[in-house]
Design a protein around this ligand. Structure first.
Ligand SMILES: [Zn+2]
Length: 328
């Protein structure tokens, strides 16, 4: 049963994740112009695109009301949240967010990376999770979190890098601890991420990976609001090896393409978000058996490029999202 599941994604959320991987690959083609083949290969597994010191507003759309306007073009042009109580609406791949709260870019135990993207917004549940997780991470020897993308002010599809992160319940955490100083804008926008996977993609890089990485992911997975964590398969392999006797948290940590420079944490629908579509829970096994083999096949390590799915339109979202993205 497990083998069938991992031969090819079968549930819709995994198909969507696959599309995300394809989007990552396309971004990589863009990056491929620079650097050696080795550098490209390492980048290929996680392009952390730099931000900007002077982000310019996007030009207005010629015809924003046309049904052919992709939802991402509308959501990306909203720089403020939709007011009112917090609501995560729809699914991670086809939803939006009202009443979003921003994570301060500098906290006592975290710093937001690439703040020019304005993607440090989430359901208040996500903000509370990050604060809680950052405090616990400190206790396992991780010097604070570097926080990557969360959601846009009104959630929804993004112009680059993600097809998920739409309802304010996802966060990417970098695989590098926060430095001891408050980072400058330059450091946050252009600092390079740490790739913890070995160049052959078959295990973690022993020069970079530490037991503290395992402790960090375990700490996140043990939080009851966390449904799923996505990591590169090489990292999953290392976690399986290093987990020790308590393996109860491992089932939440799932292998996926990329995710070598950050891990993706997905939270459950908050009780007060009645319109939130709950994510499918991962299988209750620790995922350390033969199901991992799929991820180390040559065709999985180096998948051929795939055609991206047609862009999501407003008509494909819950009706409330139209009101949320159209409001001033
Ligand atoms: Zn993510």
């Amino acid at each position: 049963m497990i083998a069938i599941r991992f031969q090819f994604p079968t549930d819709p959320s995994e198909v969507q994740l696959l599309m995300r991987a394809v989007a990552c690959l396309l971004a990589v083609l863009f990056l491929a112009a620079a650097g050696s083949a080795v550098a490209q290969e390492r980048h290929l597994i996680d392009p952390m695109l730099p931000g900007s010191l002077n982000p310019k507003p996007l030009p207005p759309l010629k015809n924003p009301d046309a049904p052919s306007t992709p939802a991402k073009e509308l959501f990306a042009r909203k720089s403020t949240p939709f007011p009112g109580p917090p609501r995560s609406i729809g699914g991670d791949f086809d939803g939006c967010l009202a009443g979003a709260v921003s994570l301060p870019i500098t906290g006592p135990t975290w710093q937001v990376m690439r703040p020019s993207r304005n993607r440090n917004w989430g359901n208040p549940q996500l903000i509370r999770f990050i604060e809680r997780f950052a405090t616990k991470a400190k206790k396992v020897g991780w010097n604070g979190l570097l926080v990557g993308d969360m959601s846009q002010p009104r959630g929804g599809a993004m112009l680059s890098e993600h097809t998920s992160h739409q309802i304010g319940l996802d966060v990417d955490i970098w695989f590098a601890p926060m430095p001891d100083h408050v980072q400058s804008s330059e450091e946050r926008e252009f600092g390079s991420a740490t790739d913890v996977v070995a160049p052959d993609l078959r295990d973690v890089d022993p020069e970079v990976w530490t037991h503290r990485h395992t402790a960090l992911i375990r700490t996140a997975a043990q939080d009851p609001v966390v449904v799923r964590i996505l990591v590169n398969a090489a990292i999953k392999k290392a976690l399986c090896r290093e987990a020790g006797a308590d393996r109860t948290w491992l089932y939440k940590v799932r292998p996926w393409y990329g995710h070598a420079e950050h891990f993706h944490v997905q939270l459950a629908c908050p009780a007060d978000s009645a319109e939130c579509k709950p994510p499918a829970p991962p299988l209750p096994s620790d995922g350390c058996g033969s199901e991992l083999d799929f991820w180390f096949k040559e065709s999985t390590l180096h998948p051929p490029p795939r055609k991206p799915k047609p862009a999501l339109m407003l008509a494909g979202l819950p009706p409330a999202c139209k009101q949320i993205v159209k409001a001033p």
